[in-house]
Design a binder for this molecule. Structure first.
Ligand SMILES: [Zn+2]
Length: 106
């Protein structure tokens, strides 16, 4: 999955994958953050699409994120977790933290 990001996004130098319970719950509940649910998230990260489910550890995972990661810096992996990217490691972590901090503030 990480290698697929680097192949698709030459501007990216860091990838963060995590299993935050809130993001995973959104995808399990069938809720998408691709539309504007919270304006603060859209302003800082844009829409956050949810990828198709892919079994962790299989070749399905990089295939599932290939298109979405070309257009977004943050995606939710269906029933799995999150993937954020950035020009730097701090940028990728910052995207993840911004989103999670805003989730907790509402
Ligand atoms: Zn994982």
């Amino acid at each position: 999955m990480h290698l697929e990001v680097y192949r698709r996004r030459p501007d990216v130098n860091a990838v963060v994958h995590a299993h935050p319970p809130t993001a995973t719950a959104f995808s399990i509940a069938g809720m998408t953050l691709a539309r504007c649910i919270l304006p603060e998230v859209v302003v800082t990260l844009g829409g956050i699409p949810t990828t198709e489910y892919a079994t962790p550890g299989t070749a399905e995972v990089p295939e599932s994120i290939s298109q979405a990661i070309q257009e977004h810096d943050a995606v939710i992996l269906a029933h799995h977790g999150t993937l954020t990217v950035g020009q730097t490691l701090w940028g990728a972590i910052s995207s993840w933290k911004k989103w999670n901090m805003q989730r907790r503030s509402h």
